[in-house]
Write a protein that binds this ligand. Structure first.
Ligand code: 13P
Length: 247
């Protein structure tokens, strides 16, 4: 099976004001010759404005989370359809900051994936072990279980990706070794093929956690790495372009 087109997605987390859209425009302006798919996921407040700012460019816009429900009396929550309506075509789901900080279980993430599909959004589903889990030798088991539990069968036939983000590598400057990344990505591939058959062989598996322009080439060329989910280094166009150009 041919390797899927790499996806380089930026997760701005709770960062970004209207003035930050200049960085998004800077990313779009620097993409000539780039074959990877590129996405930026700003906070919900900026999805519509960023979508307008990037209209006609190659940069896709995504949300960082969505509610599993369609609409109703859920103060403060944002439905998948609202993100789509605002111009998003993708959504990050199951990020460890949501699993840990908002009690999201695999079952909750799977429901959000279903909601994203109903709304026409392409999900990027995050998995990853904590440092304690890695030290206990449980990384592969944890990640495999998260893949099985967070990816509902309804994903079959839809475009989606999985992001492996070891919790201890996020925002810390620490990264797993290339061998460790390859080992986990291979386990994710096996789980994807178990769940989706041959189709699971074409799902991009992104790596996330302290990806920088300086380590991007090595990580992005590792076996079974189909792109990157980038936090801090996606906030500045020059840094993000350095990662994109390494793909
Ligand atoms: P950093 O790139 O800042 O480590 O964040 C990774 C991440 O959580 C992306 O979703």
């Amino acid at each position: 099976m041919p390797a899927p087109t790499p996806l380089i997605a930026g997760n701005w987390k709770m960062n970004g004001l209207v003035a930050s859209l200049d960085e998004a425009r800077g990313v779009a302006a620097g993409l000539s010759g780039v074959t990877a798919r590129v996405a930026l996921c700003p906070p919900a407040t900026l999805v519509e404005r960023m979508s307008r700012a990037l209209a006609g460019t190659a940069v896709l816009v995504g949300g960082q989370d969505c509610d599993a429900r369609e609409s109703g009396a859920y103060t403060g929550d944002v439905a998948a359809e609202m993100l789509f309506d605002a111009g998003a075509t993708m959504v990050i789901l199951g990020h460890s900051e949501r699993r840990a900080g908002h009690g999201e279980t695999d079952a909750v993430v799977a429901d959000k994936v279903r909601a994203a599909l109903r709304a026409g959004l392409e999900p990027i589903v995050c998995v990853g072990e904590t440092l304690d889990e890695r030290r206990a030798g449980q990384a592969l088991a944890i990640v495999t279980e998260q893949v099985r539990g967070s990816l509902p069968p309804e994903l079959a036939g839809h475009a989606f990706s999985v992001a492996y983000e070891p919790v201890w590598a996020i925002g810390t400057g620490l990264t797993p070794t290339i061998a460790e990344i390859e080992e986990v990505h291979q386990a994710i591939r096996t789980a994807l093929m178990g769940a989706f058959g041959g189709e699971g062989g074409g799902v991009p598996i992104l790596y996330g956690g302290s990806v920088k322009p300086t380590n991007a080439a090595e990580i992005l060329h590792a076996a079974e790495v189909g792109g990157a989910l980038v936090g801090g280094a996606s906030l500045k166009a020059a840094d993000f372009l350095g990662i994109i150009r390494a793909a």
